[in-house]
Design a binder for this molecule. Structure first.
Ligand code: CTP
Length: 401
């Protein structure tokens, strides 16, 4: 769930600040993009250089970058960039300044201007933590929808033993994973994606296939996983590496296998996306050994493969949502509309090889989405990862409406 998340890590002046270096590393190890904001007090415990080296980005702690040249740091931009502002460690002083709405250091100004959710991981001595002022501050922060990662109990820097230690970096990262998962729009939903080509055997070494790379389907699997879904990827043969965070990947060769694996799961699926370029026909008699040159038939008899999207359309319940693709060589709007109706899909994604950069094998795509209502949405040429996000967003919007 942390893959590609943008986490703004705020560090304040506590001895626990040394753990923030490990936390930054752990978040990045799990795929997050991390930027760091530190208070002046935090820089007494750990140097900005350490955090800048670990994250590969400059650390922010001042309003101005170069006073002589009048260069200032834009605290608003940082708050807009982040998916979450995680203040870890958060001292008692910072918690109370957040309550007061203070903006007298850079980190507090970022807090006031950030539009993303804010999470704090308090760190302090046990008596400071138990003090009614701190407890009331935490309760008030919670009422303002700031989430709190509870401190742990154990030996404290003061020599005392009790609750107040900042949660360990691994525990904070785990907490964030669940937090993102629960807030993800498709949390608890099962999404099935078919991807890639299928290979229909002529004999033991030859097959009928097509030029599909699988890139669009894999990008979709990843985008749906990022939206919190448990993704079942049913894929034909590709050269691609497995997309991140998908629930299961089932590798198949033929249309029949793709059909079988898809339909075996379809009952529990909430959203299905047929992105595979399924071969429409297969040889009637495939030899189970290699045919020698002189044994090759003059013609190959073909029979139709099962239509997976149409089978899902025929079987779907009112709560299931299915999306198909239409790859056309001309503008194809009419053909795409007819596929939408024939296969009882809820949406059809039209892409046409007439558009440069769209279709098979490319890293980009240009799509038009057709709704059952007849509404169409046109998109610019984009990377397949961006196209996948547009498709997920359109599915979510259509489901909501
Ligand atoms: N599809 C499928 N099973 C098949 C053929 C197609 O699930 N056996 C799905 C594709 O994954 C795609 C949609 O149906 O989502 C449309 O595929 P396309 O090949 O464009 O349509 P066809 O029905 O094969 O029509 P035609 O080849 O005549 O354009």
């Amino acid at each position: 769930m942390l893959h590609n998340r943008r986490i703004l890590l705020g560090i304040t002046g506590s001895i626990a600040a040394y753990k923030s270096a490990l936390l930054a590393r752990e978040l990045q190890r799990r795929g997050a993009h991390v930027r760091v904001v530190m208070t002046r007090a935090a820089t007494e415990f750990i140097t900005p250089l350490t955090l800048a080296t670990l994250t590969g980005h400059r650390v922010y702690s001042d309003f101005t970058e170069n006073k002589d040249q009048g260069l200032w740091t834009n605290h608003v931009d940082l708050g807009l960039w982040a998916d979450v502002f995680l203040i870890a460690p958060a001292t008692a002083q910072t918690l109370s300044s957040m309550i007061a709405g203070a903006g007298d250091n850079f980190l507090l100004a970022v807090h006031l201007s950030s539009r993303c959710p804010v999470v704090v991981a308090p760190a302090m001595d046990l008596d400071m933590y138990q003090h009614p002022a701190t407890q009331e501050n935490l309760a008030m922060l919670k009422s303002r929808e700031v989430s709190v990662i509870e401190p742990e109990s154990g030996p404290l820097a003061s020599g005392l033993d009790g609750k107040g230690r900042m949660a360990e970096p691994e525990a904070i990262a785990d907490w964030l994973e669940s937090w993102f998962a629960e807030r993800a729009p498709l949390h608890g939903h099962h999404v099935l994606v078919t991807a890639g080509p299928t290979h229909e055997p002529i004999d033991a070494v030859r097959f009928i296939g097509n030029r599909s790379s699988g890139k669009m389907g894999y990008a979709l699997a990843e985008a749906f996983a990022t939206a919190g879904a448990a993704v079942h990827l049913i894929t034909g043969p590709t050269q691609l590496t497995a997309p991140a965070n998908v629930h299961e990947i089932v590798e198949v060769q033929t249309a029949q296998e793709m059909f079988n694996e898809t339909m075996a799961r379809f009952e529990k699926i909430d959203i299905a996306v047929a992105a595979a370029a399924v071969a429409d026909a297969r040889p009637v008699d495939a030899a189970d050994h290699k045919l020698h040159k002189d044994q090759l038939p003059g013609a190959i008899s073909l029979e139709a493969t099962p239509d997976i999207l149409a089978a899902m359309g025929a079987q779907k319940t009112p709560t299931q949502f299915i999306v198909g693709f239409a790859l056309e060589t001309d503008d194809g709007l009419r053909s795409a509309q007819s596929k939408l109706e024939r296969k009882k899909a809820d949406l059809i994604i039209l892409n046409t090889t007439a558009d440069a950069g769209a279709g098979f094998g490319t890293d980009t795509n240009k799509i038009t989405i057709l709704e059952k209502s007849g509404k169409t949405h046109n998109f610019e040429l984009k990377s397949k990862a961006e196209v996948a996000k547009d498709i997920v967003e359109t599915v979510l919007n259509t489901l909501q409406s």
